[in-house]
Design a protein around this ligand. Structure first.
Ligand code: DGP
Length: 110
């Protein structure tokens, strides 16, 4: 999608610190990290809500998350995976993305 910042990153038109790219996903460092490890995993296709992801994209995003956790050394201690959906969740970018946060003990969300 033309005016989508994440589509531009995925297409290489905007710089990012890429971690991994697979057939369906593109993973890169969050520009405003909220944890020592903060990676965004986005589907390559422009999808605006998680329920519109297809099974291949979902499987790929979760497999990619696990691979990133392994590569960046947070798998054993654990990490958080978060989708922000809509305004009350503070979603800023309308191209679905999974946040992977790790590298420190997370505060309880509840
Ligand atoms: P969300 O609130 O779930 O929509 O998260 C959007 C995240 O995207 C936010 O943590 C900051 C990050 N972000 C926004 N613009 C850019 C960018 O141009 N490059 C990178 N690497 N991250 C971005």
């Amino acid at each position: 999608m033309e005016d989508c910042i994440f589509c531009k990153i995925i297409e290489g038109k905007l710089d990012s610190e890429k971690i991994i790219e697979t057939a369906n996903s593109f993973a890169f460092k969050d520009i405003h990290p909220k944890a020592p490890v903060h990676i965004l995993i986005a589907p390559k296709r422009h999808v605006e809500r998680p329920e519109l992801l297809n099974a291949h994209e979902l499987e790929d995003m979760f497999n990619t998350s696990e691979e990133i956790a392994q590569i960046l050394g947070v798998k054993d201690d654990g990490y958080r995976l978060v989708f922000n959906v809509g305004k009350h969740a503070g979603q800023e970018v309308e191209h679905v993305h999974l946040h992977l946060l790790g590298g420190r003990v997370a505060k309880s969300m509840f």
